[in-house]
Design a protein around this ligand. Sequence first.
Ligand SMILES: *[C@@H]1O[C@H](CO)[C@@H](O)[C@H](O)[C@H]1NC(C)=O
Length: 397
Amino acid sequence: MQGALISCILILSFVSPSLCFKRSNFGVETEESTYNVMNYGANVDGKSDDSNAFLSAWKKACEAEGMQTLVIPKGKVFMLKNLVLKGPCKATKIHIQLLGKIVAPTKDQWGEDKTHLITISKVNSLTIDGGGYIEGNGNTWWETCKKCSRPRLLRFSSCKDLSVSSLHITNSPGAHISINNCEHAKFINMNINAPGNSPNTDGYDISNSKNIVFEDSTISVGDDCIAVNRGCSFIYATRIICGPGHGISIGSLGKTKDYETVEEIHVKNCTFKGTTNGARIKTWEGGSGYVRKITYENIILQDSRNPIIINQHYINKISNNGEKSLQISDVTFQGFEGTCADEKAITLNCNNNGCFNIKLDQINIVSSNPKKKAQASCSNVHGRVGQVIPKVPCMLK
Ligand SMILES: *[C@@H]1O[C@H](CO)[C@@H](O)[C@H](O)[C@H]1NC(C)=O
């Protein structure tokens, strides 16, 4: 019986794939269903809160078995406030098709909780795609609320097997996407965009996560394009165009007394255009833990102000931990080509305890400012220098 059923599905899928989507017709237990937020009371005027419609559709999708799809249709604008999509779900896989546009409230319209526009928590095997938009209306915050805490647009917390692709995320009041406690996540073909002078609008902030991939994306923001924070390992950024922005940064780390670790971060074939930094590792004085096994490879630079920078004195905190900081070791910068904006090409600024096994090779950075000459500076850095322009006479054995 089962064999006959399978061959029936196989034959039908040859003839007409659409028939086989209705697998429930055959009495197979896994159903595939679609939940469109329009059928759950969305207002679509872009002004009144559609969170309840999204939440109802999500609950249906999450609580059904099999593969479920949540559709946010094209050509419509939805306003959300503080939407929390929570798992664990019964569904084995959930697909959110973001085809339309989601907008955040303006600053005055936000309710009590101003932390995140959308939180996705404890959901496994989730795919989000569709070419849609999330617009943060950050301009209503940046001017009047430079120092205060501002909402982030999208937060993934405790998610496994996540795939997010082909979305436009723009003008977040704070960081655009935060990833916390996640494993096996991919962010591909993403476009993140906010003005270069917008305050702390990181593209991605990641912490306590592993096996996270960022690929083929453009990130233009007012802070780090990607910030890798404590507890991260096996993070891969490949073919990312970053700028304006503050680069792809590790840290800042060591702000508190906690033991913090970051390892196996690999940045490859990325471009930094008009960024204040490029490949950056920053740690506070007084912290503890380590940063190790980091590679920045095949990087194209256009007018980056600090294309290669390690700073163990990121913020000079008054602490009784003295010179102690996270240990930095096994860092490779290889295959850098292009221009820095002034004289600073390579800045490796470690504390008295030193950074170890720092490798520089196949680097050619010149200044785009004809009045400046690109230079390298280092303090307390141990490692090796291969073919590098500008010269690095300050590397210790
Ligand atoms: C990186 O770029 C080089 C040179 O363009 C190319 O040969 C290589 O396949 C690229 N690798 C990745 C992972 O994109």
